[in-house]
Design a protein around this ligand. Structure first.
Ligand SMILES: Cc1cc2nc3c(=O)[nH]c(=O)nc-3n(C[C@H](O)[C@H](O)[C@H](O)COP(=O)(O)OP(=O)(O)OC[C@H]3O[C@@H](n4cnc5c(N)ncnc54)[C@H](O)[C@@H]3O)c2cc1C
Length: 338
């Protein structure tokens, strides 16, 4: 069965969520938001839910997960339908509309907004044969709830900003050992100052140059980890409740060019910045996945693109009907059921 709607938004990251609101303000009555991940929030939720963001207008700072929650609530007034856990597999025209095929369903929409960011986000896995068996419990690639890691032995592996930021946050509530292959980190200078201070105070134990050699314990629960020295090959074992591994992320981008959409050499979707329209009538792209001259990959830019795209979508929803441009303060919120 094919579900019909006015607008299908692909990507439930911050920009996709906000575009559900802006499309609702433009009179879209039925909106689907489709995402490959099992949760909304895109990078904000998957990669840095508890980090404060400082450059969202009107918020001196806001944690990424709270921004997602606020965007979700703001969109709820138009009751978008969420279709999660559904990577898209095909986009094809159907008369003057579009069919979106996912791994689970088919949708038909008058307009499509692509808000797919840098693609489907996956952490690079720990390269140990037993790693899979510990994932989600003893072995984590991200932290969605830091209180779940209270008063534990935490081993953080990696030398970049994510590893160091989490070491600094978690050492206030747990015993943290930082394991790194090299004797230099690749992180922001401010973070480095804080890390060296925490190590000097004994709040963080630094183990370098070491690499993780073995996870020990009844999987998925961890008891110990075995580390190997990269100086002399010697092995040591230390108690561990959790390993947090930060080996970078890979994103699997969709080849929109397979569906006839113009992309640049980096795989970004080329749009007209005035409308965020792609080369295909009725398909728009906003947020990190879209590019044009002078593009800034910032959440605030994506919000503005969501507004531009939804204004450009209006004539597809209401052909021939003049669009009144007004302020939300004077027009209020359109009633989606009228
Ligand atoms: C550590 C970190 C800190 C950051 N800090 C800031 C900051 O302080 N300020 C700022 O402005 N920006 C910041 N950013 C950048 C910001 O997170 C991005 O600009 C923003 O997330 C882009 O939002 P988006 O909705 O376009 O894409 P995303 O957040 O990437 O969401 C895209 C969604 O599309 C889904 N998707 C992709 N392909 C498919 C497919 N084929 N089928 C179905 N679903 C698909 C993905 O699963 C994902 O949920 C930061 C980024 C990182 C990594």
């Amino acid at each position: 069965m094919t579900e019909s709607c006015d607008v299908a938004i692909i990507g439930a990251g911050p920009i996709g969520l906000f575009s559900a609101f802006t499309c609702g303000m433009m009179g879209a009555k039925s909106i689907y938001i489709i995402d490959a991940l099992p949760h909304i929030g895109g990078q904000c939720q998957a990669l840095y839910p508890e980090k404060p963001i400082y450059d969202i207008p009107a918020y001196p700072f806001i944690e990424a997960k709270d921004l997602v929650q606020n965007l979700y609530q703001q969109a709820q007034v138009f009751k978008p339908i969420y279709a999660l856990n559904q990577p898209i597999t095909c986009l094809k025209p159907a008369n003057s509309e579009w069919i979106i095929e996912t791994t689970a369903a088919h949708y038909q929409a008058k307009a499509i907004i692509l808000a797919t960011g840098s693609g489907q986000i996956c952490p690079n896995p720990l390269p140990l044969p037993e790693a899979k068996a510990y994932e989600g419990q003893g072995l984590l690639y991200s932290v969605s709830e830091k209180n779940a890691l209270l008063n534990q032995n935490i081993i953080i592996v990696g030398g970049g900003d994510s590893a160091l930021d989490w070491a600094l946050l978690l050492c206030k509530q747990s015993k943290v050992a930082l394991v790194h292959r090299r004797n230099q980190f690749r992180a922001h200078p401010n973070t480095l100052d804080k890390i060296y201070a925490a190590i000097a105070l004994g709040d963080i134990t630094l183990l370098e140059p070491y690499q993780l050699h073995r996870l020990i314990g009844p999987a998925p629960h961890l008891k110990m980890v075995e580390l190997q020295s990269l100086k002399d090959g010697g092995l040591i074992q230390i108690s561990a409740d959790r390993v947090l591994a930060f080996f970078g992320l890979s994103s699997q981008s969709t080849h929109f060019s397979d569906f006839g959409i113009d992309q640049d050499k980096q795989g970004q979707i080329i749009v007209n910045p005035a409308t965020c329209s792609t080369n295909l009538n009725g398909i728009f792209a906003i947020g990190d996945c879209a590019t044009y001259s002078g593009k800034l990959k910032l959440i605030v830019s994506g919000f503005s693109e969501a507004a531009s795209a939804s204004h450009a979508i209006y004539p597809l929803l209401y052909p021939g009907k003049p669009r009144k441009i007004g302020y939300s303060t004077t027009q209020g919120i359109p009633n989606p059921s009228l």
